[in-house]
Design a protein around this ligand. Structure first.
Ligand code: MG
Length: 310
């Protein structure tokens, strides 16, 4: 409470100075409090911490909260457990630290989707949805690319995504897909392999995923780093599929902002314009001699300092 009050006073005085500088009068002062957006809101994909997270789960969750993270996206779900911890226990520890589980990454156990295994994939999603209702998530997201070597194979995968979406919707959860770079490769009808050469003929797999899935059943979580690695501009993709891309993975080569290859300002500007509310930081392996926690803290510091992050 004290902190909120202090933050409010600090913001209020900054706005007062701002109004004074631009020659504002009483009326602009009255309007000023509406501009206060409060604490920044961003989350973490827990894959970023690898094995470090569960070594001392309760303490580590509190550390994440202190760093400024406010919600989490799970990885490591399987058989009612999250990274080997019973899932309701995991949820309790998370919530005790003041964090909320809003999403979860889950892959079905098969890679090639065919009429012969679609029923088993549906059964897998039913069990997964039941568990995720208990976890209280908003999203259940598939992060792995199934076999997509031809236009026909991509379309069959889209049917399976739609089926997963129906199962998720029945449970009150949104089903989504998360990309790496190979979704920006191209396929052709009757093809035997996808082609990563962006000048080759064919259709971009990601575009086919969006166009061949039902907007009421399948949303997209765009990993902005992998989009760039796939030779595409994440801002253009957010503009092109404003209604479909509903969450982001905020990621760089390592700690956010260090590589210089990502324009996070334009990414956040577009995301807010699109009314995106879910931003999950993700971090791959840190260089030798550094912990994942150091990297995750570095990412939070970057977002807290960045003026374009609300
Ligand atoms: Mg990602």
């Amino acid at each position: 409470m004290m902190n909120n009050r202090r933050e409010f006073l600090k913001n209020a005085s900054l706005l007062t100075i701002g109004s004074w500088l631009i020659g504002g009068t009483g009326s602009s002062l009255l309007a000023a409090p509406q501009k206060i957006t409060g604490k920044k809101s961003f989350g973490l994909q827990i894959y970023s911490l690898g094995g470090e997270l569960t070594k001392d789960l309760a303490n580590n969750m509190q550390k994440l909260k202190k760093m400024g993270y406010s919600y989490l996206e799970l990885a490591g779900y399987g058989d009612g457990k999250v990274y080997g911890v019973e899932m309701m226990e995991f949820k309790k520890i998370t919530e005790d630290a003041g964090l909320k589980i809003t999403s979860s990454h889950v892959n079905p156990p098969v890679w090639k989707y065919e009429p012969g295994n679609i029923e088993s994939i549906k059964d897998f999603w039913k069990k997964t949805a039941d568990d995720h209702v208990k976890l209280g998530v908003k999203y259940m997201i598939q992060p792995g690319q199934p076999s997509t070597n031809s236009t026909e194979e991509v379309k069959y995968v889209c049917n399976v995504f739609n089926e997963a979406g129906k199962i998720a919707n029945n449970a009150g959860i949104k089903f989504g897909y998360h990309n790496h770079d190979r979704e920006f490769a191209k396929v052709v009808p009757g093809g035997k392999a996808y082609n990563i050469d962006r000048h080759s003929k064919g259709s971009i797999i990601y575009d086919l995923f969006v166009k061949n899935t039902d907007p009421n059943l399948v949303m997209f979580e765009l990993d902005v780093y992998w989009c760039v690695m796939g030779g595409q501009d994440p801002v253009e993709y957010m503009q092109k599929y404003a209604d479909r891309i509903q969450a982001l993975h905020i990621k760089d080569r390592q700690v956010l902002g260090k590589s210089g290859m990502m324009n996070f300002e334009t990414i956040f500007d577009q995301a807010y314009a699109n009314k995106i509310e879910d931003f999950y930081v993700e971090l791959e392996g840190m260089p030798r001699g550094h912990t994942q926690f150091e990297g995750v803290e570095g990412c939070a510091e970057y977002l807290k300092k960045a003026k374009f992050v609300k």
